[in-house]
Design a protein around this ligand. Structure first.
Ligand code: NAP
Ligand code: G4F
Length: 351
């Protein structure tokens, strides 16, 4: 007798992580349901390739209109889909934008999580839940590196909303015995990263400069440091958390931190433009009212309990993203990309 395929529901399936997670779960023979928002233009670009799949995994992928601000929609979907696992990735995820639309951000990221938990609780469906927490919850961090025991000190409406979501998940886990894991993921990037986040803004900007479409990239604070990992590896960690016997909270990070300046240096060097300063303009519009200067994660708990560790580190991540954007711009990678020295695979950058 064959085991029934597991059923997963992903909020935020059209985003960077949602698209990688959908592919990953389909590769594990899950039936995958995703909640997508109605938009006036196509917003399914990141999951289009699933429909090109020769193994026809799209036949196990189902998309539903919905929104984390709509409790009746969430209640209805949980009752119809009866998921074994829910991955709550839907969010207004841009930190700078959260200063401009704080109420919307709180409604989606904080209250949206609460609505989802209540929909599950009210349905009586037994499901495991992954909550997409963020290193931004540490904000102006009180400890270096950050561990699961580090106090939260958020520095943005986004960070504050994610702290609420984290705590409400813990409260429902302890109070109602629900299986809920909080991932505390540090920045993770990929060729599918939104183009307004700094890494992708730089790699698409370089592709545009090389194809003569743009002269300069306008950025904000170049001194901030982030612990940047590779998104496809991070979605696997989400799944591993739900595979454990007991629900818990885990940091997922690389254990390295690099500044925006270092990212610029590495990316421009790869295309042999060593004097990158002349291609960069500083626009104060990209400064945040409060900045998070330094994030650095300690992933030793995930390594020990989930047997998870990052493989792609800084130098390789920059190369993966740049190559993808050059290719998308129709530029020949062989001509532009410099060969990396062997040691760069696991990052020769500043720890
Ligand atoms: P992303 O690319 O911005 O995707 C966000 C997703 O949420 C999109 O599918 C978006 O839909 C959807 N969404 C936005 N508002 C919604 C609403 N009101 N109702 C339902 N869905 C909504 O983000 P990501 O990088 O994949 O991140 C996934 C999750 O992890 C987010 O919760 C983010 O806050 C968190 N996180 C990300 C990182 C990171 O470095 N990437 C690190 C830590 C935590 P549209 O496509 O329609 O906009
Ligand atoms: O790429 P960012 O916008 O990412 P940020 O703010 O760290 O947030 C991302 O990672 C979080 C995990 O810690 C996620 F929870 C969150 O959803 C999101 O995915 O900015 C990184 C740094 C900041 O210090 C910012 O000030 O880059 C700096 N920066 C400098 N110039 C810029 C720019 N950021 C953006 N987006 N655009 C700029 O022009």
């Amino acid at each position: 007798m064959t085991e029934k395929n597991k059923v997963a529901l992903i909020t935020g399936i059209t985003g960077q992580d949602g698209s990688y997670l959908a592919e990953f779960l389909l590769s594990k023979a899950y039936e995958v349901h995703g909640i997508m928002r109605r938009a006036s233009v196509f917003n399914t670009e990141r999951i289009e390739q699933i429909y090109q799949d020769p193994h026809q995994s799209h036949r196990r992928l189902f998309l539903h209109y919905g929104d984390l601000s709509d409790a009746s929609n969430l209640n209805q979907l949980i009752k119809i889909i009866k998921p074994d696992e829910i991955y709550n990735l839907g969010a207004q995820s841009h930190v700078k934008v959260s200063f401009e639309i704080p109420e919307y951000t709180a409604n989606t990221d904080a209250l949206g999580t609460l609505r989802l938990l209540d929909a599950v609780r009210g349905s009586g469906v037994k499901t495991k839940i992954y909550q997409a927490g963020s290193s931004e919850m540490f904000g102006q961090a009180t400890q270096m590196p950050q561990t699961e025991a580090t106090a939260f000190n958020p520095a943005s409406p986004y960070g504050a909303a994610k702290v609420f979501a984290h705590h409400i998940c813990k409260i429902y886990r302890e109070g109602y015995g629900m299986f809920i894991c909080n991932g505390i993921l540090f920045n993770h990037e990929s060729p599918r990263r939104g183009k307004t986040f700094v890494t992708r803004k730089i790699t698409t900007g370089i592709a545009n400069i090389l194809s003569g479409k743009q002269e300069k990239i306008y950025l904000g604070n170049l001194e901030a440091k982030r612990d940047w990992g590779y998104a496809p590896e991070y979605v696997e960690a989400m799944w591993l958390m739900l595979k454990q016997d007991k629900p818990d909270d885990y940091i997922i990070a690389t254990g390295e931190t690099h500044s925006i300046r270092e990212f610029l240096d590495a990316a421009f060097r790869l295309v042999n433009l060593n004097n990158w300063e002349k291609y960069i303009g500083i626009d104060p519009a990209y400064y945040r009212p409060v900045e998070v200067n330094l994030l650095l994660g300690d992933y030793s708990k995930a390594k020990k309990l989930l047997d998870w560790q990052p493989k792609v580190k800084f130098a390789e991540l920059v190369k993966i993203m740049l190559e993808a954007d050059l290719k998308q711009a129709g530029l020949d990678n062989q001509k532009f990309i410099q060969h990396l020295p062997n040691h760069s695979r696991n990052g020769a950058g500043i720890k």
